[in-house]
Design a protein around this ligand. Structure first.
Ligand code: NAD
Length: 318
């Protein structure tokens, strides 16, 4: 299907990576994609409509789809000509940070329901068609937290680990049907997600946690949060660019990390089969060498700012 028009369905397109990816693919110069950009709440479609511009109604259509609602998935897929989805991008997701003592099981279930069962529901509807046609590419926006947990992201990391385990298992079967499966693993990305998660963290009722845990969350985690996004963060457009490359690749990889600044951390996981190395390094970074950690983040921020500046200067003036 290399030079054929490909139908692409993307979930969670009202903001962030989903929005950026939908627009990028709809604006493809070679017009290789027909994008079905979906969102849970159509009242939030304005930013996408604006960004899509004149491609709206041509290479991009907006549809309702809630990944937590089987009927809404079915209705959306049935409305696509021949139900043909060549590329499925499972992007919808949500975050949750903080001590587990202060989170309700209900809140945790919502995260699992969206991030993990959301993908399962999509595949239960779309996979049988792909198997029948013996063609299709399933692209999942996972996270580096799908391979490595981080302090106070326990349930979010668990939801992404669930996604990764599910996909590793499914990928073997998919191969038999000539289907492709790719996990995109961004590090920090500056989107609504980051803002919402931080705001919820700031508002969190920490009374159920002991004093030491509550202070750790406020004075270490939340204090470093903004700095980590500012120094290591990518833009949604950056992640969209990586994702398009993977979609267009002849032999797309099973895993793709989008943030080279983050790879040294994830590499630690593979360097020690006992799993102690990354835990030990995260521990030291956060609790023992926090000043060096913070200084390194500032240094990276400065380097990135400088390289962006020289890049901008290198551009011909308009
Ligand atoms: P975002 O909040 O801008 O986008 C997430 C989208 O998912 C939103 O539009 C939201 O409305 C939608 N959504 C939530 N629940 C839904 C549901 N039930 N049905 C349909 N849509 C639903 O944030 P983002 O950063 O663009 O996140 C996109 C994906 O990237 C998520 O899966 C997230 O886990 C992943 N990710 C984000 C980061 C980051 O730092 N921002 C890092 C790694 C991975």
């Amino acid at each position: 299907i290399a030079d054929q028009l490909r139908n692409v369905l993307i979930t969670g397109c009202s903001s962030g990576i989903g929005l950026a990816l939908a627009v990028k693919m709809a604006k493809d110069e070679q017009k290789r994609f027909k994008v079905f950009a979906t969102m849970r709440n159509l009242a939030k479609k304005e930013p996408l409509e604006e960004a899509a511009g004149h491609r709206l109604g041509k290479t991009l259509e907006i549809k309702q789809l809630d990944v937590c609602d089987e009927q809404s998935i079915k209705t959306c897929v049935n409305s696509i000509p021949d139900r043909r989805i060549d590329v499925l991008v499972s992007n919808a997701g949500m975050g949750l940070i903080g001590p587990i003592e202060c989170q309700s099981i209900e809140e945790m279930k919502t995260v699992m329901d969206t991030n993990f069962f959301g993908l399962v529901r999509l595949l239960k509807e779309i996979l049988p068609d792909m198997k029948r046609r013996k063609s299709g590419h399933i692209v999942i926006i996972s996270s580096v937290m799908g391979i490595q947990g981080i302090l106070f992201n326990d349930v979010y990391a668990a939801s992404k680990f669930a996604v990764e385990g599910f996909c590793e298992s499914l990928a073997i079967q998919a191969l038999k049907f000539k289907l492709q499966l790719s996990l995109i693993e961004p590090g920090p990305v500056v989107t609504e997600f980051e803002r919402k998660v931080f705001e919820d963290g700031m508002k969190m009722d920490l009374s159920a946690a002991d004093k030491e845990t509550a202070e750790m969350f406020t004075n270490i985690y939340l204090k470093n949060y903004k700095q980590i996004f500012q120094s290591l963060g990518q833009s949604a457009e950056d992640v969209a660019e990586h994702t398009v490359k993977i979609i267009l690749a002849e032999n797309p990889p099973f895993r793709h990390q989008t943030n080279t600044l983050y790879t040294p951390m994830t590499t630690l996981k593979y360097a020690d089969p006992n799993g102690d190395l990354p835990i030990d390094i995260f521990y030291k970074m956060v609790f023992q060498h926090d000043k060096i950690f913070s200084a390194s983040l500032n240094f990276i921020k400065l380097l990135r700012w400088r390289s962006r500046k020289s890049f901008d200067l290198g551009k011909p003036s308009q």
